[in-house]
Design a protein around this ligand. Structure first.
Ligand code: DAH
Length: 355
């Protein structure tokens, strides 16, 4: 027969949950002593069973209760010990849960919005399916302009025979027109977004991204344009040694027009923006053509302005050192992990990306 006293003493003496569990297994486990007693009931004659049964069940209950009681005591002691000895430092940064990254194109668009917001520009938007008026005619692009050709532009099937086919916008410049039509100057906007051209080689995907800039005010000169571009490029590339060169050029919607080159230099075998070892073209720009201003219902004798346009994908490649444009639109998770950004990682004019 088991000595109940000894068993209860062992339970009371268990110093920790591990010891207590050992006692429990030795008594109530599969091969435990009390379990054996319970099994033995089956082979007893009825009389013995009637007298022994209640004792054995009482013993099991006493032991079970004692274990539960001791367990509660040990657990609360353990909690007290933890509370007394362990400290949680609430000032430590929380473990980061990374569920995805911001695509470099979205990142750069955010950076542009941030930088130009510091300069007093707001962000304007327009539709990707455009009318020929907004995409071409209002921008002073004549009937014979090559961009209008089917081979250069995606046209949509008209819904009725007499409807003029709409186009997938070939640039963000139509947002200039829409903004001038719907707001009262002075205006300062940028318009980032997707544009489409009927191309398809390694460096010219059929869809890419541009950002447009437009300022309409009184007494605006090329000087304002140059300062704005210089300030923007310095903030974007986070370098003070940015040198610009403006080359006379032609765009139908600006007069005069300039292509803007930025100086580059070699850094660890890579061509980077900044310095002056050579030039690369980064922007198209100019003073808004008076005819475009008039097309929007404004008086060109009263209002002047400048405009510029550039490729967002290209800005991203130049700043972050990606050399294959196709990878931008492949959706390869490994590429996105490598080149993607954490949320809210945007620069300001004064502080750069780290601010
Ligand atoms: N829309 C032009 C293009 O897609 C870029 C451009 C050039 C935009 C000059 C402008 C500008 O606003 O002034 O090639």
């Amino acid at each position: 027969m088991i000595d109940a006293e000894t068993m209860l003493d062992r339970i009371a003496a268990a110093e920790n949950l591990g010891d207590l569990e050992a006692v429990r297994v030795s008594a109530l486990g599969k091969a435990g002593s009390i379990t054996a007693l319970l099994k033995s009931l089956g082979s007893m004659d009825p009389e013995t069973r009637a007298s022994e049964g209640p004792k054995i069940h009482a013993l099991r209950e006493a032991v079970t209760n004692a274990i539960a009681g001791r367990k509660a005591v040990l657990e609360s002691a353990e909690l007290e010990r933890k509370l007394a000895t362990e400290r949680i430092d609430l000032s430590l940064p929380a473990a980061e849960i990374v569920t995805g990254t911001v695509h470099p194109v979205s990142q750069v668009m955010d950076e542009l919005a941030e930088i130009f917001a510091d300069l007093g520009f707001s962000v304007a938007e327009g539709p990707e399916i455009e009318t020929q008026w907004y995409n071409f005619s209002a921008l002073n692009m004549g009937e014979s302009h090559p961009a209008r050709a089917m081979m250069d532009t995606f046209y949509l099937q008209p819904r009725t025979p007499d409807e003029e086919p709409r186009v997938l916008r070939t640039h963000t410049s139509p947002v200039q027109i829409r903004t001038m039509e719907t707001s009262t100057p002075p205006l300062r906007i940028i318009a980032p977004g997707r544009v489409y051209r009927s191309d398809g080689d390694a460096t010219h995907p059929p869809m890419f991204h541009q950002v447009e800039g437009l300022v309409i005010d009184k007494g605006i000169t090329l000087g304002h344009l140059k300062w704005t571009l210089e300030t923007f490029l310095k903030a974007f590339f986070e370098r003070d040694d940015i040198v610009l060169r403006m080359r006379p050029s032609y765009f139908p919607f600006t007069e005069p027009s300039a292509e803007v080159d930025v100086g580059w230099s070699m850094d660890k075998g890579r061509r980077v923006v900044g310095g002056q070892q050579g030039w690369m073209e980064v922007l198209g720009s100019g003073m808004v053509h008076p005819r475009v201003i008039a097309n929007c219902g404004l008086d060109p004798d009263e209002w002047q302005g400048f405009a510029f346009g550039t490729g967002v994908d290209r800005l991203a490649m130049l700043k972050y050192g990606m050399d294959d444009l196709r990878a931008f639109f492949d959706g390869d998770i490994r590429w996105l992990k490598h080149y993607g950004f954490r949320a809210l990682h945007a620069p300001t004019l004064s502080g750069g990306v780290g601010a």
